[in-house]
Design a binder for this molecule. Structure first.
Ligand code: ADP
Ligand code: MG
Length: 279
């Protein structure tokens, strides 16, 4: 597998040299490979948002490097700018960043900045709204502020998807949503991932979602990478996860408890159907 995006010994200190100095990342090493669906988990304050803001050049490392296809993204201005288009970042609560008068113009903002023609931009807007499950014809002329909370979030995500980034990063995209909307947003992310063949990086607290969706997991703790591996590998280390203050996915937790009582029952099962069969 080809390494697309890498952090090498990446450290970040906020407000360096002031009394408010705070080391948020410490020597983070991490690689995202072509086409994978990656999760970043960790407690609040562990450095997840700081890390992902380095991946598209919004924050500059205090030390260490971020590489895109092997090239340091801070090599020169043009490279940093290109990275902002190649690595699309959807912030937490992205709906607060909608600002244009119409949905179509909001989604078009990124593609226009890419220098695409009117026609190309319109195609991108149509396609992106379709990918996030919204109707272009119904919504294009509406104000983003007339939409429901869930719809606004989709419009904001469409604005990033419309740039066709090679890497799509979603920072806690289901925060504050009810269970149905939560599920819908994750289904949407999976559909985009399959359709675009991009790398998807999902920042999440929800262990069950990660177990169900992701190829690989990176666990952050106090600004460094504490664990990394497939969900199966990461969730097999229950002691380490609880020490960090994280929990197992519910099914995995159940299987660990059953395994303690009866060693014939496998502990490393995360899928409900497989768990039923095993029990
Ligand atoms: P997470 O996304 O995992 O909750 P963050 O990356 O937001 O973590 O924060 C990591 C640490 O850096 C926390 O201790 C947080 O308080 C601190 N931090 C985040 N943003 C800033 C900032 N702009 N200035 C100073 N400290 C910050
Ligand atoms: Mg965060």
């Amino acid at each position: 597998m080809e390494a697309i995006l890498e952090a090498k010994q990446l450290s970040h200190i906020y407000s360096a040299g002031t009394p408010f100095e705070h080391g948020a990342l410490r020597a983070v090493d991490f690689t995202a490979y072509e086409g994978e669906y990656l999760a970043i988990i960790g407690r609040t304050g562990s450095g997840k948002s700081t890390l992902i803001q380095h991946l598209n050049g919004l924050l500059q490392p205090t030390s260490g490097q971020v590489l895109f296809r092997g090239k340091d993204i801070w090599t020169d201005k043009a490279t940093t700018r290109a990275t902002r288009f190649q690595v699309g970042l959807v912030f937490q609560y992205p709906e607060y960043q909608l600002f244009e008068e119409t949905v179509a113009r909001d989604v078009a903002f990124g593609p226009k900045n890419l220098g695409l023609t009117e026609e190309e931009t319109e195609m991108r807007v149509k396609e992106a709204l379709g990918l996030v499950g919204l109707s272009y014809d119904e919504l294009k002329d509406k104000s983003p502020f007339e939409l429901s909370g869930g719809q606004k979030r989709r419009v904001a995500i469409a604005g990033v998807v419309a740039m066709k980034p090679e890497v799509l990063i979603l920072d806690e995209p289901t925060a504050g949503l009810d269970p149905k909307a939560h599920r819908d947003i994750l289904d949407m992310a999976e559909e985009i991932h399959e359709h675009e063949g991009n790398i998807t990086i999902l920042v999440s607290h929800n262990m069950a979602d990660i177990a169900r969706l992701c190829d690989r997991v990176i666990v952050m703790d106090k600004g460094h990478v504490a664990l990394a591996g497939t969900p199966k590998e990461v969730f097999s280390d229950e002691k380490r996860l609880t020490d960090i203050g994280l929990s197992l996915p519910p099914v995995s937790y159940l299987m660990h408890r059953l395994n303690e009582r009866n060693a014939d029952i496998k502990a490393d099962i995360m899928d409900i159907d497989a768990a039923c069969r095993e029990i």
